[in-house]
Design a protein. Structure first.
Length: 266
C-alpha cells in the first residue's frame, strides 16, 4: 500500500470519527447551518430593498455562498486545536497511521459540513427569489468550485489550528483574517464601487474570483446601477478561481503537514 493510499484510507476513518462527533455536538452543526440562513435573510431583506430588490438577492447569494464556506474553515481551526489540547493528537500519533490522515480527515469532514450548508443555503436562496439561470452543467461546475475553494480554506484553517496556543485563541484567529478578505471583495457590492487601493485588492482577491465565477455560471447578473466587473480577473473568473484554490492547496497542504509533524513530535 502506497503512502498516499494509506493516507486517504486513514483519513476517511478520521473523517467518519469527526462526523460522528459532530452528530453528538448539535450546537456545532447548528452554527454551521443557521449562520448562512441569517446572512441570506438579513442581507436580502435589510439591504436588498435599497440595493436592487430581487435582482440584488440574485447578486447576493453567490457572495453568501463563498463567505460561508470560507468561514466554515474556522471549524477546522477549532477542531484541530481542541484535539491537540485534549491530547487526542498524541493518541493518534501512537497508532500505525499516516501523518496525513488527521489533517485530511478533519478537512474532509468539514467539507461534508460545508456541502450540507450549501444545500440549505441554496434552498433558502430559492425561497427569497434566487434562481439558477445557467445550464445544469454550469451549475454543477459552480458548486464544485465552491467546494474546492472551501477545501482549500480548510487547509489554511488547519495550519492556524495547529499553531494556536489555546482553543480560545483559535476561535478568534480562525475568523479574524476572514472578515477583511470577505468584505473587501465583490460579495456584497461591486468591486468597482470601492476607492483606490481597495478596488485593486478586491478585484484580485481570490474571494472575488470565486464569487464572480459562481455568478457567471449561475447566470446571476449585477442589479442596475452597479457597474459590472472589469479586468483580467473578471474576464477569466473561472480560471482564476480554479488556479487560486489549487495554489492555496499547493502551499498549505505541505505546510500544514510539516507543522503537524513538529507538533506531534513534541
Amino acid at each position: 500500500m502506497t503512502v498516499l493510499t494509506q493516507g486517504i484510507r486513514d483519513g476517511g476513518i478520521i473523517a467518519w470519527r469527526n462526523l460522528l462527533n459532530a452528530r453528538r455536538n448539535i450546537d456545532w452543526l447548528f452554527a454551521a447551518v443557521v449562520q448562512p440562513i441569517m446572512f441570506v435573510l438579513l442581507f436580502a431583506y435589510v439591504f436588498g430593498g435599497a440595493l436592487g430588490g430581487g435582482e440584488y438577492r440574485e447578486f447576493l447569494i453567490a457572495g453568501i455562498f463563498v463567505q460561508t464556506i470560507a468561514f466554515n474553515s474556522a471549524f477546522t481551526v477549532i477542531g484541530l486545536c481542541n484535539d491537540l489540547q485534549k491530547g487526542i493528537i498524541d493518541r493518534f500519533r501512537s497508532l500505525p497511521m499516516s501523518r496525513l490522515a488527521v489533517l485530511l480527515g478533519r478537512t474532509t469532514s468539514d467539507l461534508v459540513v460545508s456541502s450540507l450548508a450549501l444545500l440549505i443555503m441554496s434552498l433558502c436562496g430559492l425561497l427569497v427569489g434566487w434562481r439558477i439561470r445557467g445550464s445544469l452543467l454550469d451549475a454543477v461546475l459552480a458548486y464544485l468550485l465552491l467546494l474546492l475553494f472551501g477545501f482549500a480554506m480548510s487547509w489554511i484553517g488547519a495550519l492556524i489550528g495547529l499553531s494556536a496556543p489555546s482553543v480560545e485563541v483559535a476561535q478568534s484567529a480562525g475568523l479574524m483574517w476572514l472578515f477583511p478578505l470577505s468584505f473587501i471583495s465583490s460579495a456584497f457590492v461591486g468591486a468597482g464601487t470601492m476607492p483606490g487601493p481597495l478596488k485593486t485588492i478586491a478585484e484580485w482577491n481570490p474571494f472575488t474570483a470565486v464569487i464572480q465565477s459562481v455568478r457567471d455560471l449561475f447566470g446571476n447578473e449585477a442589479p442596475p446601477g452597479m457597474a459590472p466587473p472589469e479586468g483580467w480577473p473578471a474576464d477569466n473568473a473561472v480560471l482564476y478561481a480554479l488556479v487560486s484554490s489549487l495554489v492555496i492547496l499547493a502551499v498549505f497542504v505541505p505546510w500544514s503537514v510539516a507543522k503537524y509533524r513538529r507538533v506531534a513530535s513534541k
